[in-house]
Design a protein. Sequence first.
Length: 266
Amino acid sequence: MNSPTVFITGAAAGIGRATAMLFATRGYHVGAYDIDELGLTRLAADITAAGGTVDTGVLDVTNDTQWAQRLADFHTATGRLDILINNAGILRAGPFEEIELAAHRAIVEVNLSAVIAGTHEAFRYLRDTEGAQVVNLCSASAIYGQPELATYGATKSAVKSLTEALDVEWERHDIRVIAIWPMFVATAMVEGVETASTKSLGVHLTAEDVANGIWDATRKRGRLPKVHYEIGVQAKALAVAAKYAPGWALRTANKYLSGGGGATPN
């Protein structure tokens, strides 16, 4: 296949869907994977109607066997893997102690363990594709840990470190690894989520905003490596503050934005 390829997890809706549509309309052959078969069917129809090409498949990102099979099938069909986008994620919000332990573990499995598993399995295909890239979806909520989003933010902080390490480690294989950092995005993931942070900061980004940010980031391969790409004014401001402000100031600002560290008791 002469066309560049992109493999996207969580592609049936939200950021994944918007990204799949954007890359398809700009000449990429898209691999779209999710647990939502109906959503994938609709996505495939829309991509085809727009003149693009797509392969779809059911992928539970917590299933290592499915990761291996879907990546192998995609590579067999295309002969290359230009970009892997680890987009699939879940979120549970609320006081840490009130969220079931099973839900905390599920967040870790989907948001972190699955990224490790998928990226590990994709390595051989990325290595054999010139100029390959991995895009990991992080979150501005991980710049400084957010109350009511503790485990979610912890997984995104871990993905940040993984991204940084692999970008250095895999440079010798000509594989670039980058992280995308949006603030809250108007998708199904944040529907019904009412933390003090979402109320004070609002939800101003769309899935298309993030998709455009991913597109732009994957175009930029300059002499000076850049790993982190903040999406939106708020995320950029928080990143600058985290870089230059002292720890106590960050904690104070975070406490203010989060309403003092938790939900108001009924």
